[in-house]
Ligand binder design. Structure first.
Ligand code: ADP
Ligand code: MG
Length: 289
């Protein structure tokens, strides 16, 4: 690219809060064929809210679960704690807290072993969901993240959490399709929840239940055959995938690690700025020829 074309492209981006960190990124953005988007905090607002608690004794369950989640930094954990506090649930102390990345958390409360997380975590713990399985599946099919809890090895409840899509996510997906780009959703959340949200946004390819350490490998798989892949993410666990992608794009409202790793930063955190960045890249490349 000529220095002038790059300057113009970078300036166009900056004007709408699309910060392009290097000239290479501008050229690469013109050639992107696949855009991989993280779900939570990228396509969704990343403001999870508890919508349902299914348990024989909601208060008792929330008291145990919130005690565990108070020790966790996960956004879903914080949503549960907020909900418990609002519901006036008394606090309890958690001991021997254990974070299980991509799965959930475990701790002891009032002498009970409390396990909170996804279905996979309960399977790992050898806990059968029993009658709660149907409720869990129903909530997940509705696009909720269904957190399950077990007390002393017995399934005790389901907590449903909703995280609304950003207002412009669907428009961004359709704009990317207009550019001839394939859009893929990549998430640690469960398949049914991801499928429902993807369907709402018009995304056809969903890679769900990906462990935090495996996101980069999934991007590498999509790069097979020399396809140029952009990754859009906000979280700490997106950083390796942002680095692996041909073009890493960070949501401005995201974590410092994501912003530092990315080639492009979307200061307005607007998914529509993803197709905008690709268009600016294409325009820059056209001027070079
Ligand atoms: P993501 O943030 O993309 O959902 P994670 O890898 O952080 O990905 O988590 C994957 C899944 O594991 C979550 O969707 C949730 O079901 C479960 N999980 C992880 N941490 C917790 C936690 N502290 N409490 C409850 N569930 C959790
Ligand atoms: Mg995220």
């Amino acid at each position: 690219a000529t220095p002038t074309a790059i300057m113009v492209g970078t300036g166009l981006g900056a004007r709408r809060g699309v910060l392009v960190k290097n000239a290479m990124a501008l050229e690469t953005s013109a050639r992107v064929e696949v855009v991989v988007m993280d779900k939570t905090g990228t396509l969704t607002k990343g403001e999870p809210e508890v919508t349902e608690v299914v348990a024989d004794d909601e208060h008792a369950l929330l008291r145990l679960v919130a005690a565990v989640e108070r020790e966790s930094e996960h956004p879903l954990a914080q949503a549960i704690v907020r909900h418990a506090d609002r519901a006036g649930v008394a606090r309890a102390a958690a001991e021997r807290f254990e974070n299980v990345p991509g799965h959930g958390a475990i701790a002891h409360v009032d002498g009970h072993r409390v396990v909170v997380g996804n279905r996979r975590l309960l399977e790992r713990e050898g806990v059968a969901l029993g009658p709660l399985a149907a409720r869990r599946d129903q909530l997940a099919a509705g696009g909720r993240t269904a957190i399950v809890a077990a007390v002393d090895g017995v399934a005790a409840g389901v907590i449903a959490i909703a995280d609304a899509p950003r207002e412009t996510s669907a428009a961004a997906v359709s704009d990317l399709h207009d550019l001839g780009v394939e859009v893929v959703m990549l998430t640690g959340d469960n398949q049914a929840t991801a499928d429902r949200i993807a369907a709402r946004l018009g995304i056809d390819t969903v890679i769900a239940e990906v462990l935090p350490g495996d996101k980069a490998a999934k991007v590498a798989e999509l790069q097979a055959g020399g396809r140029r892949v952009a990754m859009v993410g906000d979280g700490v666990n997106d950083a390796p995938a942002l680095a692996q992608a041909d073009l890493g794009i960070a949501i401005g409202a995201g974590t410092d690690v994501a912003i530092e790793t990315a080639d492009v930063v979307l200061m307005r955190s607007d998914p529509l700025d993803v197709p905008a960045a690709l268009r600016i890249g294409r325009g820059t490349l056209r001027k070079m020829r």
